[in-house]
Design a binder for this molecule. Structure first.
Ligand SMILES: Cc1cc2nc3c(=O)[nH]c(=O)nc-3n(C[C@H](O)[C@H](O)[C@H](O)COP(=O)(O)OP(=O)(O)OC[C@H]3O[C@@H](n4cnc5c(N)ncnc54)[C@H](O)[C@@H]3O)c2cc1C
Length: 376
């Protein structure tokens, strides 16, 4: 097993850190209380910088989750979890969908703008429950002349209120298709931003489609012999796994800094053994989670036959560890941590989403079991 970073990868990661000066970091810190317009503006500004640095092309052309991608994602997620989620939904889900499955015309139309960070996209899988296998897609496209009349809905869509384009998964004549729908299209209603426990700097809403006309050139699919829904879920799970590493990193850093600087009883609290033990445990969990996440990416990169089972193991372990790490970090921050507006408290709220979204912890565990039994 060799997943050392090359000098180029290390320099690339340093470059990503350097993209965010104190002014842009302070704008990102305010995202939690920003409105849709402010979120869109911050996102577009950040996308432009990330595009110039090459972040938006990672894994786009081959759709592969690799070690270098995880390293870069971990850094962005540690800088701003909400920005990370929005960027990844646009780039690594919507962008990859076009890059891997789009027609040549769709690639020409969307990819340059996506790579330069000029366009915000998202993907809505319109099944009604967590499990794609158990729940049919509820969006239907009915052919009319050279277009489709698309109707359906989705209860939660990341970037919903701010996206320029939404790819909605649905059925066209019993086959799977993704309908590319432009904002303000006739028949598209985007709900108000939904309040949520965490990731408050990410704009999430419902969308619904009622006889929305979609020209044939804006449809991806049918897919012969391929299972793009499974692939999209793998992309999502990988993003949530890398996102959890960034969240843990943030929590560790704030807890360590606080423990060294905050005094109680006349000495920095790190001098108390119980606080030191918590930091030791946080670091141990973070290091273990990194090893597993990078191993999962390395297995995907090298085409290992057990890559998908290990990817589920990584998603479960990393996302559940994030809640534990954030909780311990918040405890170290004491009353200040509980009052809110700090990375530990934010991380504690964000962590739950990581276990629920994509393939949930419950379904991931079932898939690990199935994989071990050879049923996958
Ligand atoms: C904030 C947020 C943003 C989202 N953004 C997007 C997006 O941009 N695009 C998109 O397509 N989707 C998005 N989703 C949707 C998400 O991926 C799920 O489809 C959705 O949350 C399903 O929720 P549910 O409560 O209906 O699931 P349910 O299926 O009702 O699940 C409820 C519980 O039952 C468990 N469960 C369900 N089925 C099984 C089973 N077969 N075996 C064992 N346990 C099971 C689940 O693990 C969960 O614990 C988002 C969700 C949230 C919360």
């Amino acid at each position: 097993m060799d997943f050392d970073f090359s000098d180029i990868e290390k320099a690339f990661c340093e470059n990503i850190k350097g993209l965010f000066d104190p002014d842009s970091r302070s704008a990102l810190a305010k995202l939690e209380n920003a409105d849709d317009n402010q979120i869109r503006n911050v996102l577009l500004r950040s996308l432009k910088n990330l595009g110039q640095a090459g972040y938006l092309t990672l894994g786009l052309d081959n759709g592969k989750n690799n070690v270098g991608l995880v390293a870069a994602q971990e850094i962005l997620a540690a800088i701003s979890p909400s920005l990370f989620l929005s960027v990844e939904a646009s780039t690594r889900i919507f962008g990859r969908l076009i890059a891997i499955y789009g027609t040549p015309d769709q690639k020409n139309e969307f990819l340059p703008a996506l790579k330069e960070g000029q366009l915000i996209g998202t993907v809505a899988l319109s099944e009604e429950g967590m499990s794609i296998e158990n729940n049919p897609l509820n969006t239907i496209g009915v052919p009319v002349d050279d277009s489709f009349q698309v109707s359906g809905s989705k209860s939660h869509v990341v970037n919903g209120p701010i996206a320029d384009w939404i790819a909605v998964a649905g059925k066209r004549e019993e086959s799977l298709a993704f309908f590319l729908i432009k904002k303000d299209s006739e028949g598209l209603s985007v709900g108000k931003r939904l309040p949520s426990l965490g990731y408050n700097g990410t704009a999430i809403s419902t969308i619904s489609l009622e006889n929305c006309p979609v020209p044939s050139k804006c449809v991806i699919g049918p897919f012969e012999g391929k299972d793009p829904l499974k692939i999209v879920r793998l992309w999502e799970d990988q993003i949530l796994t890398a996102g959890s590493l960034g969240l843990m990193q943030r929590c560790y850093e704030i807890a360590l800094t606080y423990a060294k600087n905050h005094k109680s009883g006349g000495k920095p609290i790190i001098a108390y053994q119980e606080v030191g033990f918590k930091l030791a445990e946080i670091l141990t969990i973070l290091q273990t989670a990194q090893l597993l996440a990078y191993r999962a990416a390395w297995m995907a990169e090298s085409g290992d036959s057990e890559a998908s089972v290990v990817a589920h193991c990584a998603k479960v372990f990393c996302t559940e560890s994030t809640e534990n790490v954030a909780s311990q970090a918040l405890q170290i921050l004491g009353g200040y941590g509980y009052l809110g507006g700090n990375a530990a408290e934010e991380g504690y709220r964000d962590a739950k989403y990581l276990q629920i979204a994509g393939t949930s912890s419950e379904i991931s565990r079932m898939k690990i079991g199935d994989g071990v039994l050879g049923w996958d």
